[in-house]
Write a protein that binds this ligand. Structure first.
Ligand SMILES: NC(=O)C1=CN([C@@H]2O[C@H](COP(=O)(O)OP(=O)(O)OC[C@H]3O[C@@H](n4cnc5c(N)ncnc54)[C@H](OP(=O)(O)O)[C@@H]3O)[C@@H](O)[C@H]2O)C=CC1
Ligand SMILES: CC(C)(CO)C(=O)C(=O)O
Length: 301
């Protein structure tokens, strides 16, 4: 397959680097990373099997690209830009592997190509330009964004697996996206605001807050016709917090680095959909307001 990875930072470089072992890959990245990849290739470190160095194409210009598939791995607040750039090229299919909700709708509204939904539980860190590390082998789950079977998702899943990426093709992506949202809603903002690792949400005093955020998310999911019980949402959040107890969540990393966060697509999204359905989600509302206040204080929004 000809594959464009739009937003080759941490996750995009890992996924793009693995895909490059078996496909023709073009990374759309920032200048210093793109230059390093063009000059010396992309080094893959850490918990991955396969080549230690691959040689994908790399560009800073995401316009006019042609590909069988575009994998979108920008942060949620850059999805509109990614979609607008991709729309100037000839892309046959699109897959989002981003956290948060709303990314697939933004892509589908701006692009004619079919859009698949996806989640990734791989851990990835861009160590320096041209060098990405896998900090945890996880899984990519992908499928039709509205749920149900999809021959396109099957073909993309085959392409990912042939490149050595653990991949599941799922017919229940709406539920999986909401479950991941419940996980992120419970863990990310709390660990970002309190400068703690993921395991902190398993114990008092944070545990009640994290459970409340996940339960509220499940209630909103049900209002959106997605069958996710509060117990399932809390269990999923706690299982991830336990499995990644020593990890720094992506939002905590963003706050530590003084970067804008994905709050709008996580707790903020829960609040927006709760408003649509006349529901009250005080924990998510508070967490979103606190993180947005932090961002505003640093001139990030
Ligand atoms: N890292 C991980 O382990 C995981 C991440 N995720 C999710 O994946 C998504 C990406 O995360 P992550 O890889 O960590 O984020 P990064 O910020 O490392 O990667 C995104 C990259 O895209 C670049 N970018 C944004 N817009 C453009 C553009 N127009 N042209 C070229 N490059 C652009 C960014 O540059 P700049 O910063 O300069 O804007 C950045 O380098 C998020 O939704 C995250 O929540 C999910 C699972 C695991
Ligand atoms: C699953 C979790 C919480 C892992 O850290 C994550 O997705 C994130 O940090 O954004």
């Amino acid at each position: 397959m000809d594959i464009v990875v739009f937003g080759a930072g941490s996750l995009g470089s890992l996924v793009g680097g693995l895909l490059a072992g078996d496909h023709d890959v073009t990374l759309v990245a920032r200048e210093d990373h793109a230059r390093a990849v063009r000059e010396s290739g992309l080094s893959l470190e850490g918990a991955v099997d396969g080549p230690a160095r691959v040689f994908p194409a790399a560009t800073t210009d995401g316009t006019g690209l042609e590909a069988d598939l575009a994998v979108v791995t920008v942060k949620a607040f850059d999805t509109e830009t990614a979609a607008d750039r991709l729309a100037t090229g000839a892309i046959d299919a699109v897959l989002s592997l981003q956290n948060g909700m709303g990314n697939e709708s933004i892509l589908a509204d701006r692009l004619e190509a079919p859009v698949l939904a996806g989640t990734a539980t791989y851990g990835a860190v861009l160590r320096e330009p041209g060098v990405v590390a896998c900090t945890g082998v996880g899984e990519v789950v992908l499928g039709a964004r509205e749920g149900g079977p999809s021959s396109l998702a099957d073909a993309v899943g085959d392409g990912f697996r042939s490149a050595g990426i653990e991949t599941l093709v799922a017919a229940d992506m709406p539920r999986r996206l909401w479950e991941k949202l419940a996980v992120n809603a419970g863990i990310n903002a709390i660990t970002a605001l309190t400068e703690t690792e993921n395991g902190a949400v398993l114990d008092a005093p944070a545990a009640d807050l994290a459970r409340a955020a996940s339960r509220e998310t499940a209630r909103v999911a049900r209002a959106c016709d997605v069958a996710l019980s509060s117990d399932e949402a809390v269990a999923a959040m706690e299982a991830v917090a336990e499995a990644t107890a020593a990890n720094t969540s992506s939002m905590a990393q963003d706050v530590r680095a003084g970067r804008r966060t994905e709050i709008d697509a996580i707790n903020g999204y829960v609040v927006d959909r709760a408003v649509d359905h006349g529901l009250s989600v005080p924990t998510n509302r508070t967490l979103a307001a606190l993180v947005r206040t932090w961002e505003r204080g640093r001139g990030l929004r």
